[in-house]
Design a binder for this molecule. Sequence first.
Ligand code: SF4
Length: 387
Amino acid sequence: MVFIDFYPYVPPSVWMRVRPDAVTVWDDEDVRRRLDWYYRVMNDKAPAKFLIAKIVDAGENPAKLDLNGLWDLHRRLSSEHRKLWEKAVRGELGLEEVLDRKNRPEYNFLHVKVEIAKRILRSCRFCERRCGVDRYKRVGGCFLDCKTYVHSWFHHLGEEAPLVPSGTIFYGGCNFRCVYCQNYDISQVAPRSGSLVSARQLAQIQRELRAHGARNINHVGGDPTPNIHTILESLLYLEVNVPQLWNSNMYLSLEGLELIKDVIDIWLPDFKYGNDRCATRLSAAPRYFEVVTRNLKIAIEHGDMIIRHLVLPGHLECCTKPVLKWIAENLPRDKVLVNIMDQYRPEHLVVKYPRMWPELRRRPSAAEIAEAFEYARKLGLRYEPVS
Ligand code: SF4
């Protein structure tokens, strides 16, 4: 088990006092409707998508197929899974049915996903960096080899109200190089200094977080994307119902997104930049806008979503407004929730080399935050009370 130096679970008597909004948020019919799938899984009224994947019969041992054959099989099983998920959404497929061992084939959809993920690791393209490195032999642009390192896991009380307490797992490594990263120690400086975890241990962590009251399993980092293979394999060993939450920069490749879209119940994307120039300058992420917007359009078809946007000082016109405008024009406004975050503070390289990114040396002003809120309001976005 992963070493942790404080008690990772928070009893209801504590979190309800610290975050009373995590209880009252569910009195809001609009939030309840937008997060309907997540809410039902969270309350064991519906089976999580990864459990549904376990009753989709792969028919044959996926290890015997080549990669093209695996993707063909994946496409077919994904459409079968979709039909079952839609049945669950309508209330026609329940938790008992998917947990019943009689309904479990020898090889299921998750086995296919795990097999593909492990093959991709030999020439990694989980994200749009598309390093192509063999992670069984060396590290990629995310600083990770084929192993998964967990730096901490606990009930997080600082997330959006519907998510608290969130069973958060912090993975080392990231495919971005944000100059202001607040988790730079685990994402960029020493990503492999965390505890090495196997898929079985990762399942055990999730089991414990849920058993002690987590509303979800929050995969974050760094970024969870480089760890897709271990996360998917952990779900093979997990038999408790718990919503899977993807807390990510969403710079996944299409292959990476294809692998996880059938097992994620709620997406928590971090939509940072309104253009590629800022994304390249501040996070070394080329083609950012095209990649993230493509992925958001796919993800919203496969689960509930709360989009985060961190207001950066001096980036209202180039980033905040284009991001909010794109959301309003391209995603269903009656479904998506937006969290406009005001907590930016100078960190990491911005502190070390302040002259390189002069606009980031301060916190966003109250006027900038107010303007961001007002802009979102005019666009008709629902941006509160989720934080
Ligand atoms: S996850 Fe992304 S950054 Fe890491 S090795 Fe794979 S393609 Fe490269």
